[in-house]
Design a protein around this ligand. Sequence first.
Ligand code: GLC
Length: 737
Amino acid sequence: MTMTSIRKSAAAVVLCSLLGGSAVAQDRPVYLDASAPLERRIDDALRRMTLHEKIQLLHAQSKFTSAGVPRLGIRQLNMDDGPHGVRAELKWNDWDSAAWTNDSCVAFPSLTCLAATWNPAMGALYGHVLSEEFAYRGKDMILGPGVNIYRHPFNGRNFEYMGEDPCLAGRMVVPYIEAAQRNGVACCLKHFFLNNQETDRWDGNVNVDERAVHEIYLPAFKQAVQQAHVWAVMGSYNKWNGVHCSHNDSLLNGILKRDWGFDGVVVSDWDATHDARQAATGGLDLEMGTTRGTAPKGEPFTYNHSFLGDAFERAVREGVWPESLVDEKARRVLRTIFRTAMNPAKTIGSMCSEEHYAACRTMGAQGIVLLKNDRQVLPLQAGRYRRILVVGENATRSLTQGGGSSELKTKYDVSPLEALQQEFGERVVYAQGYSSGRALYDRVDAVPAALQDSLRRAALAAAQQADLIIFVGGLNKNRQQDCEDSDRESYHLSFGQDELIAALARTGRPVVVANFGGNAYAMPWIEQVAGVLHCWYLGSEAGHALTDVLTGRVNPSGRLPMTFAKRVEDYPPMQYGREAYPGVDKQVYYREGIFVGYRHFVSRKVKALFPFGYGLSYTTFRYGRPRLDRTQLTAGGSIRLTVDVTNTGARRGEEVVQLYIGEDKPVVERPARELKDFSKVGLDPGETRTLTFEIRPEMLQYYSSDLHRWTSTPGSFHAYVSASSEDVRGAVAFELK
Ligand code: GLC
């Protein structure tokens, strides 16, 4: 269509709309007709667009938006961080705050906390309430969730991800994405892939064997694409096989689009685009955050200098690239716009509602993991204590700021100390105990020893007057803690916390430790304290979620989504030296292969401090003997496993029954057992429930690097019904025919 005919039809539409009535419907262009099939809308829009307009769709027009087509009324895409809440508005063109006053949000718990609930219903709730806040803020795309596998406890961004096992991460991320996208808000799954550390994140190259790629690092992404049909995927900063993942042809065009059938849009990570040819042909559709691109020397950068901007347009006009390559990208961007920004079913959303705070509190309390509870110190019997001393900076510090792009400006946070004071009134006194430094971005060792000493002495003096001590510490969002763009440098808690906890325990008062953080850490004081809770990051309702568990209003049911080792040397990569982590000369080698997390600890019988899948309850559970409806599994068939679980305690509680499967005599080296399914079940005292699991042939497969595909060998297997990766409650044998 020529511009004239376009103008005529536009004029006709305007005229008809002035006349009102059905005339508009007849002349309404297909791309504007939300009832028309999506692909027809895309075709119709595309044919009306000039080459320049198509190119404009393919790169940023600001920090967090990409252009639409104003002339045709095709909306721009508004995207925003992050996985735990809708980020405060930044300026159009730089990372400074726009200082709005209407963009404070609810900070929801970290995704490690969500994973620790082992409850897919929490995933669905999370995606629903989060997308309502995004929609209300006029955003079309959440830059999250992230499902990078927890490979090493120093990775600064583990708190944004969902643990060490792809089955758990996949099962938890699918409902989150489905719920968000049902609201007409796209999820942008990240960071695809092998972004398992922050050191050298911009251009470190990951060397990993094909089997680990397919058994460990791809599955959670694959489930999100094939089961949740995620609408966007963010390429990661790092390289794989020497090519940056944000425009890596074999990863994006090969695995993601061809093999998995992904029909959404590939977004680069911010400033993760490095090469014109790769940007054009490597599967990238929407280039964001580029700051250098192809701006001529001395000229200030504008987004048209993006690799997929003017230079790309010139190359197409000169015939270097066919326009079909532009169309392929533009189609995916248009598909995303029609699914979100121009989707009349997109929710209006809401912000900071009672429902959202309630969801935040519920998901947080369900994610808290009870690691130790000696002498039934928990739940706290309020009447037992005259004076409760709360020690630790995390009792008062807001842990929603900092940490990098997932940081949030909250309308309100309730801190652990505030909630404990609401709960126990005047009996609660506070001592900071340690300091993590003046600003979010201090180096870990930036705190003067004199300050630490005075804080510790004050806490120990206060302990003399108390009959219970609640220590609230752990990691925080400073650099070299849980923070983007920096990894930790120690497996121990920082700022002298270990010595402080031990000193508090030596006072003889019972100590309950409630630590925050997205990573495992050493607990040299574990024998000296009575109770330990790991609380992840709990968001705006942190204090209430914590007191709900401390008081027993909520019976803790979280389970660890990653292994807590006794010492960092026990983690698989540490067996192979610096080349395995953090790498040498920007080359990192995943020498441990598929033996990540419990796959290593269980198979090599390395005792964990607290194993993957571990968590206590205020009640106890008994498992019956698992039973199979048959002991031969044939291709296309399935075996039904049933097991009874009984609550043998005095109060209602939830148990996470985990099904692991292991091949008895594998022809290739395989982990002793791997998580294949799980079910969280709530039981009243004395109640017994029969759980059913389906064992299917694909659960028994491994990826063959020789055959370059999944395969399995007939033989004997065991199903392990377990309360954690180490705690097998019943095993039953079966044959694969
Ligand atoms: C950051 C992060 C990514 C985030 C993006 C926008 O560098 O890697 O997770 O969504 O840039 O802030």
